[in-house]
Design a protein. Structure first.
Length: 276
């Protein structure tokens, strides 16, 4: 690789064999790069970001943030990738690293706040919240501090953003909407929902992706009269519940919801009530 920039003694940017700029982290790697070479044995992590703007922003963070904050963030992201076993948006290296640094700064200044969405995050994003708990424990151990458990929910929301390629406003708004959607299902069928079930997790995931499609005006809208008719006849009560949810979301989101979305949602309503 060809060295492009010495960011500090532990971080450099370079061009990979394809001419793509990457950021390389490793203890003392910047010192050796000053002499015109990269010692591959010193490479701890290579960061690939999607565009130049994100790359420049990440390099700016690396210049200004303590290396221990960057390393703990990288370890958390690696753990999240392993647990979720899916590709997540690389922008998380910017957003989560910046958030962790800010959380530590607040802690050092005695500025600790409760997270008003703690219960919702625990309920809706079980895997991500557990990653958040791991993250708080790791930060506290590595940096010798004691962040409150509420911080696990904040970290979980950043992971959800990267997982579903959404932004923080979308995720927070969805997190606030979901308890009301779930209450519609509970009231319609007079049941309690098993928050630990796979059907519950799938229902939440479907709703989140559905809301994303609505907001991005990219709904399933291929008219299939027979499909919609079949779902309506097979699951009349679930279909009615789906229509109630759609009406609620239309009011809150300010967008009409396609018939196909309502029919697909009815299938997920069916799954969640059968397995409860």
């Amino acid at each position: 690789m060809n060295v492009q920039q010495i960011i500090n003694n532990n971080v450099i940017s370079a061009l990979d064999p394809n001419g793509r700029e990457v950021v390389i982290m490793g203890k003392g790697i910047g010192f050796h790069a000053k002499r015109g070479k990269i010692d591959n044995s010193m490479v701890e992590k290579i960061f690939y970001l999607d565009n130049q703007s994100e790359l420049d922003r990440f390099k700016e963070l690396l210049v200004n943030l303590p290396m221990e904050h960057i390393k703990v963030s990288n370890e958390i992201i690696s753990y999240a990738n392993m647990v979720l076993n899916k590709k997540i948006n690389q922008n998380i290296y910017i957003t989560l690293t910046d958030h962790i640094n800010f959380a530590i700064e607040r802690y050092n200044k005695g500025m600790l706040f409760d997270n008003p969405l703690l219960w919702e995050v625990q309920s809706l994003y079980r895997k991500e919240y557990l990653i958040g708990e791991y993250s708080v424990a790791l930060i506290n151990k590595e940096l010798g501090i004691k962040l409150p458990i509420d911080e696990a929910a904040s970290i979980a929301l950043h992971i959800v953003n990267a997982e579903y390629d959404s932004n923080m406003n979308e995720t927070i708004n969805f997190t606030k909407l979901m308890p009301e959607v779930l209450n519609i299902v509970k009231k319609e069928f007079q049941i309690e929902l098993d928050e630990l079930s796979l059907s519950y997790e799938r229902f939440v995931t479907h709703l989140k992706l559905m809301v994303q499609r609505i907001l991005k005006k990219n709904q399933f809208d291929v008219l299939d009269v027979e499909f919609n008719k079949t779902i309506k006849n097979m699951y009349p009560q679930e279909y009615q519940c789906s229509k109630l949810i759609a009406r609620f979301l239309e009011e809150r989101l300010g967008h009409p919801i396609a018939q196909e979305e309502i029919s697909l949602l009815a299938i997920h309503v069916r799954r969640i009530i059968v397995q409860t």
